[in-house]
Design a protein. Structure first.
Length: 405
């Protein structure tokens, strides 16, 4: 049985929800699934945007067939050739043998890397700014390389001003009934999931995202249809998500606050981090989050390190070096484009090692501004360490007050 949604006049969501997986791309932890979005536009020529993961091919084909209502499919457009959006291309092209396979040169190169060239005679190559006439509607294609793969393109439907944005403006979480963003955008953890999705998957390519903004500058957009998450089709939600992407892709801090990221083998560094958090709170800092690098999927603290104006790293020594989960975390954080942030250090050095130096070396490309004196704990917090923690908390709290967002 099909499950389709008419999201706009003669524009149908024919995607699926995946609540089976616990890690997106077998990497990022997800608790409430993810949607794989695909869309059909019915016109004199019928067009389908993208496909879905192979586990849902049957559901997908039933949805597309229902949306077409007995009519033929003329075009299958692939905006993004990542497997969660391309595993059912072959099945769709076999079911609708008259459909042209629309993509750019890199789309077809990637398709043949994953599969074969069985449908080469049906390739319909488009370039940046090319247009496709459907009858009442016209589709303009906009290449968006490295947002977040080299072949990515987006599409703009000129009649109703619909922007098909590929992976941009997507989010984790399956669609739970409400597909319109206005019903979810200010509720629950939606914003956290959208931020975590962007920062960890697209984040390092912020400059390329900014290039796309320049390309679409001047286009009137009345709806955004992404490949994951809800659709945006009213001015408030469109302005909201576009503003967030402008902030995120510019590598700017989104909110005043502190993320404390620590490593702790036996609880002493955790205690020091808790003490610092309490002192910050007493000084009026409202937004404080703590993360144990051994406990959390790194995508959560990475998102909050980008989100907040200040970060405290609490690394520890291990075999004279840096505790490897902290080392891995810092490398991944820098890899997401983390830069120009205000950071402080709380270091537990015990019997020796270079953990603090190694942590700073890893962060060097991020060009961070160091706030306050490094606090160094020898194995556990002593009475004399409290004054140093007091000093660091005061410096951070004062700097937060003077920080403009």
């Amino acid at each position: 049985m099909h499950n389709i949604r008419e999201v706009l006049d003669n524009v149908y969501w024919v995607g699926v929800n995946d609540r089976r997986i616990t890690r997106f791309e077998n990497l990022f932890e997800i608790e409430r699934g993810v949607s794989y979005n695909s869309y059909v536009i019915k016109d004199e020529k019928n067009i389908l945007f993208d496909s879905v993961d192979a586990a849902f091919t049957r559901n997908y084909l039933e949805n597309v067939e229902a949306a077409l209502g007995g009519e033929d499919l003329d075009y299958l457009v692939v905006l993004h050739m990542e497997p969660d959006h391309c595993r059912s291309i072959e099945a769709a092209l076999k079911k609708w043998p008259n459909a042209k396979f629309v993509g750019n040169a890199k789309t077809f190169k990637f398709y043949e890397q994953f599969y074969n060239d069985e449908f080469k005679d049906r390739y319909f190559e488009v370039k940046d700014q090319d247009e496709l006439d459907l009858g009442q509607r016209t589709i303009k294609f906009i290449t968006a390389p490295m947002v977040h793969w080299p072949e990515v393109m987006m599409a703009y439907e000129k009649k109703d001003k619909i922007f098909f944005s590929a992976d941009a403006f997507g989010s984790f979480n399956a669609i739970e009934g409400n597909i319109d963003a206005k019903h979810v955008i200010h509720k629950g953890d939606w914003l956290d999931q959208a931020r975590r999705y962007y920062i960890n998957i697209v984040g390092k390519f912020g400059n390329m995202v900014q290039n796309v903004f320049k390309k679409i500058d001047g286009l009137e957009i009345k709806a955004i249809l992404a490949l994951h998450g809800p659709v945006y089709k009213d001015p408030e939600t469109i302005d909201f998500i576009v503003n967030k992407y402008q902030i995120w892709s510019s590598f700017k801090s989104e909110e005043k606050g502190v993320a404390i990221v620590y490593a702790s083998m036996y609880g002493d560094t955790e205690q020091a981090s808790d003490i610092l958090a309490g002192k910050l709170a007493d000084l009026g800092v409202e937004d404080i989050v703590l993360y144990d690098v051994s406990d959390w999927d790194p995508s959560y603290p990475i998102a909050d390190c980008h989100r907040f104006s200040h970060t405290v790293f609490a690394p520890i020594n291990y075999n004279s070096g840096l505790y490897y989960k902290m080392e891995a975390f810092l490398n991944e954080l820098v890899g997401t484009g983390y830069k120009n942030k205000k950071v402080s250090f709380l270091n537990n050095w015990s019997w020796g090692g270079r953990s603090l130096e190694i942590a700073k070396e890893i962060l060097k490309p991020a060009k961070c501004e160091y706030i306050g004196e490094d606090v160094k704990i020898n194995s556990s917090v002593k009475k004399e360490d409290l004054a140093n923690l007091d000093d660091l908390a005061r410096v951070i709290a004062e700097d937060i007050k003077n920080t403009e967002i």
